[in-house]
Write a protein that binds this ligand. Structure first.
Ligand code: AR6
Length: 186
């Protein structure tokens, strides 16, 4: 499924983000930046030790990465050039500003991609695994935030944004959010 937004392209695919050939892939990391399970574990396994080396340096300089922020490292042995590590919100029934923090993850990742001259970027479904954010609530935040960014002033070059979704049920939730966004815009 795809949608043209300004001169940019939003595409949804089902797949494994470690196989992406976009300039950057986004990691759903944790504040310690030392790897973990889920997509974080898969990215560190596929990319090799160079990613963790850079994460350790960043952590030594900056300390814990707050939720909603993003940092960039090499992608090591993967085909992408960069990994952008962002920390999603842990779901607490929506009582702790989770939608705004989740939106910030997507915005900050897109900004850092543009600052590093990326023309293409792949996102996983941040926070919807171990961090427990309900998929039907996370998907519209993800899709609407990316579409708003692509229509905004910060996005001064055409970008390809891919959501790489790990199962058909996650894909379906994102597809529904893209359809709903078209209705909102009409
Ligand atoms: N490619 C694309 N998506 C994937 C892949 C993959 N290879 N593997 C898993 N997913 P999660 P979170 C999907 O738990 O909720 C880690 O331990 C997965 O099916 O990876 O943000 C970190 O270190 C789900 O749809 O991230 C943190 O501690 C989505 O990616 C914590 O988990 C996100 O699931 C972050 O939790």
């Amino acid at each position: 499924m795809e949608k043209i937004v300004n001169q940019s392209m939003l595409r949804l695919v089902e797949g494994d983000i470690t196989q992406e050939t976009t300039d950057a892939i986004v990691n759903a990391a944790n504040s310690g930046l030392m790897g973990g399970g889920g997509v974080d574990g898969a990215i560190h396994r596929a990319g090799g030790p160079k990613i963790l080396e850079e994460c350790k340096k960043i952590h030594a300089q900056m300390g814990q990465l707050p939720a909603g922020q993003a940092v960039i490292t090499t992608a090591g042995n993967m085909k992408a050039r960069f990994v952008i590590h962002t920390v999603g919100p842990i779901w607490h029934n929506g009582d702790r500003n989770e939608p705004e923090i989740l939106a910030s993850c997507y915005r900050e990742s897109l900004k850092i991609a543009i600052e590093n001259r990326c023309q293409s970027i792949s996102f996983p479904s941040i926070s919807t695994g171990a961090y427990g954010y309900p998929i039907n609530l996370a998907a519209p935040v993800a899709v609407n935030t990316v579409i708003n960014f692509l229509t905004g002033v910060y996005c001064h070059i055409p970008l390809l944004v891919r959501f790489v979704l790990f199962s058909s049920s996650v894909f379906d939730a994102y597809a529904e959010a893209v359809r709903a966004n078209a209705i909102v815009q009409e």
